[in-house]
Ligand binder design. Sequence first.
Ligand code: UDP
Ligand code: MN
Length: 244
Amino acid sequence: SVPLIIVITPTYKRITRLADITRLANTLRQVPHLHWIVVEDGETKSDLVEAVLKRSKIPYTYLVEKFKMPRTKGWSQRDKALGYLRKQSQDIIADGRKAVVYFGDDDNSYDLRLFDDYIRKVKKIGIWGVGTVADSYIESPKVENGKVIGWNVLYAPKRKFATDMAGFAIDLNFLKNSKITFSNCERGRIPEGCFLHGFGLTLDDLEPFGFDKKNPDLLVWHTRTRLFVNKNQDTYGYNVEKIE
Ligand code: UDP
Ligand code: MN
């Protein structure tokens, strides 16, 4: 049977959140054999987010993990999802069936080919380039003869795993055999590197995707939704998540 893709998305209330979540739902609903774990960074679930999830018809689990101060960008929310998978993955996938876990932030942009051409083909840990991240066009693994030998990055090039959250995916069973979390990372540290470091991997363990072509396809972008609104404006009866 086809491997299941499990996408973990931390999310929090902000002016652009419903737009971002709607856009991501529109992407993910087109991918079969996918389970979406959305983790609310807040006190309670958002009815408006849950309505988007329901309407999307995507199989989903909506969890809540109350934020701690100082707030991190979704670290404990991703850990909540990892804990859920380590304890209760049988709720969403039969034991032994292959599944691949991907951290999909709510504001990124995803080419649909990312899911079937890259994520679903991951054996242990897959890795690929990410666009418009860290002040660069691209951050990418440096690949020679099918092996990762380093990183094509401008920012902090000495990182052992110089990848963004959107640039890798991990086999569920491999993940379940570890206790790795984000919350053990020091604040201020780069969470991706810290997380991957915990698995005791070498570059040789990484499966690069896209490099069977001379010019790899870039299938995910670290976009950010930016805008300004006047928070004090009336919302005229529309359902919006109003920011205090
Ligand atoms: N996030 C969150 N709580 C926060 C900040 C961010 O849950 O206080 C989520 C956010 O919705 C996104 C992910 O964590 O899915 C990464 O955050 P963001 O996109 O702001 O990070 P950046 O784009 O700056 O890396
Ligand atoms: Mn982002």
